[in-house]
Design a protein around this ligand. Sequence first.
Ligand code: ADP
Length: 283
Amino acid sequence: MSDQNCSKEACASCAQAGNCSKKQQDADQKLRDRLSRINRIIVVMSGKGGVGKSTVATNLAMAASLTGKRVGLLDVDLHGPSIPTMLGLENESLVGDDDGIRPVTIGSLLVLSVGFILQNPDDPVIWRGPMKMGVIRQFIEDVNWGDLDLLVVDVPPGTGDEPLSICQLIPNLTGAVIVTTPQKVAAVDVRKSVTFCKQLKVPVLGVIENMSGFACPHCGEVTPIYRTGGGKKLAEEMDVPFLGAIPIDPAIAEDCDAGKSFIEASANSPASASFREIIEKIL
Ligand code: ADP
């Protein structure tokens, strides 16, 4: 953990004003250096929880890494980090060297989550906004991500401290992907995420409709069990791209629970194909 002398949250602007400590200016430079080695950074957001945002973030990152790209997955869902469980990495912890903290690797994917620093997975994270900002900053500044083609950031649902911190800390964000489900109530919430991005001048790469129909595990046929198309309609209304739909696939939950990478373990399923098509569009 670095020593942060500056009490101001937006330290880059503090440095510009000339009233920031040398230590803080060095830290700002280090952050810029780390970011300059990452080609694209996308943040995966949702208006509400339970729509499959972490599932989408994990599988998009995994799908990109399977194409041979160097990919990182950063989980800043500080209060409910689920990515270690999804990838079977619950027992991993972080180690570091002179170049910084080393992310945990699964295949060629680099993963960092607050879950790796909690002593007990049942411990609640009780942090106020500035502390969250500090931890998120360290997840970029103090972590040896190396040269990445893509960093996928999973933020908690809504428009709170964590997405705000990410948008403020990363001036070169490529954009945001917004996950929703077909039900109207989730679509209403996602409008807030789109507006949040527009206000912070973060490009919206597009909307993904998750849990869109049910993919039969036997024949692969997708049956619309809720009225589908809400994500597409919403994207059109908000004038942002629609990236695609991912069906409910029982293998997603099964593979997640077993800590297996769904996209590898169930490579032939319709949902796997959707993840691959969507990441291709994003890349
Ligand atoms: P969020 O991050 O939005 O809270 P999660 O990604 O944790 O949601 O997903 C919530 C639950 O839904 C998990 O158990 C996950 O395995 C399951 N899930 C997500 N998307 C799908 C899908 N397309 N098909 C089947 N299960 C899914």
